[in-house]
Write a protein that binds this ligand. Structure first.
Ligand code: MG
Ligand code: MG
Length: 267
C-alpha cells in the first residue's frame, strides 16, 4: 500500500530529511585522511540525538551504526569501523533519522584528496543520475520512468553497472515503505506516481560489473570485481510539475568547499 501524505506529514518528513542533510554536512566537515568511520559514526549519533531525534539505521534488523559508510568497492551498508581513511578513498555516507514519528533518508559520496579521472567521473555521473531520476518523479509518471532515466544515464550512456539487488523506497512513518524504486526498469511501467507520495531515490552505480556480494559481516555489500561504486540519495515528494526535494545537499557541498581534504571536482 502506497501512502499519500498530508502537507503536515510532508513538513515533518522535511524536518527529518533536513536533519539528515545537516548530519551529512557535519560529516563532510570531519571526513579526512586519518580519521575512522567509528569516529564519524559517534559524531553523527551525538548530533542527531542532540536534536531530539533517533538514528534510524541503528538497531534496524540489528544494524550497529548510525551511518552506513561504504568505501571504494563497498556499495552500501558498510559498518563504521576502526580503519582509518586514506588519500584517494571514495566514501559513501548514508544516514537516516526518525524525528516526530517520521523518517528522512539521504546519502552522498565524497572523495578524500584526489582520485583517478574514471572514479571522479563515476561519482559525478552517479550524482547526475539522481537528478535525472528526480526529473521524472512527477504526478502521472510511473516509477519505471524514474528507473529508466537513471539506467539510461549510467548503464546506457557510460556502461556502468547498475545495482539491482538494492532499490529506493517510499519514506514516511516507516524508513522503507512501498513503492520500491529500482535504478533500472522500463518507461511507463510500475506504480503510478501521485502528488503527496514521498520516496527516496538512491542510485547505486558501479564502475565495472553490476554484480555484488555481501561480506561475512552480514551487512557490507561490495562489487564482485572489486571496482569502485558510488551512491547518492534524496528524499522527495511527488508534485504536479516538479518533485520537491525534502533533503538538501547544499549544506553538504558547503562543507566540502570548506574542507581542504575533500575533492571539490564535482561540487
Ligand atoms: Mg539511505
Ligand atoms: Mg534509502
Amino acid at each position: 500500500m502506497i501512502y499519500i501524505k498530508h502537507e503536515e506529514e510532508i513538513e515533518l518528513i522535511r524536518k527529518s530529511a533536513l536533519l539528515v542533510s545537516n548530519t551529512l554536512a557535519l560529516i563532510a566537515e570531519l571526513l579526512k585522511e586519518g580519521v575512522t568511520g567509528l569516529y564519524l559514526d559517534q559524531k553523527a549519533e551525538e548530533f542527531i540525538r542532540s536534536h531530539n531525534a533517533i538514528p534510524a539505521f541503528k538497531g534496524l534488523n540489528g544494524y550497529p551504526g548510525t551511518l552506513c559508510i561504504s568505501k571504494n568497492e563497498a556499495v552500501v551498508h558498510g559498518i563504521p569501523n576502526k580503519d582509518i581513511f586514506k588519500q584517494g578513498d571514495t566514501v559513501s555516507i548514508d544516514c537516516g533519522v526518525l524525528m516526530n514519528e517520521f523518517y528522512g533518508d539521504s546519502a552522498y559520496t565524497f572523495i578524500i584528496g584526489d582520485s583517478s579521472e574514471e572514479i571522479k567521473k563515476l561519482v559525478r555521473v552517479t550524482e547526475e543520475s539522481l537528478y535525472k531520476g528526480i526529473d521524472q518523479a512527477i504526478a502521472g509518471n510511473r516509477v519505471g520512468d524514474i528507473s529508466y532515466a537513471i539506467m539510461y544515464h549510467t548503464e546506457k550512456m557510460q556502461h556502468y553497472g547498475v545495482v539491482k539487488e538494492l532499490v529506493g523506497h517510499g519514506v514516511g512513518r516507516n524508513l522503507h515503505e512501498a513503492p520500491e524504486v529500482p535504478n533500472y526498469g522500463s518507461k511507463g511501467k510500475g506504480p503510478m506516481l501521485k502528488e503527496g507520495m514521498v520516496i527516496a531515490i538512491e542510485p547505486m552505480i558501479n564502475l565495472g560489473t553490476r554484480q555484488v556480494k555481501q561480506l561475512n559481516d552480514g551487512w557490507t555489500i561490495v562489487t564482485k570485481d572489486g571496482k569502485c561504486s558510488a551512491h547518492f540519495e534524496h528524499t522527495l515528494v511527488i508534485r504536479k510539475d516538479k518533485a520537491e526535494i525534502l533533503s538538501d545537499h547544499q549544506p553538504v557541498k558547503e562543507s566540502i568547499k570548506n574542507n581542504p581534504e575533500l575533492l571539490k571536482y564535482f561540487v
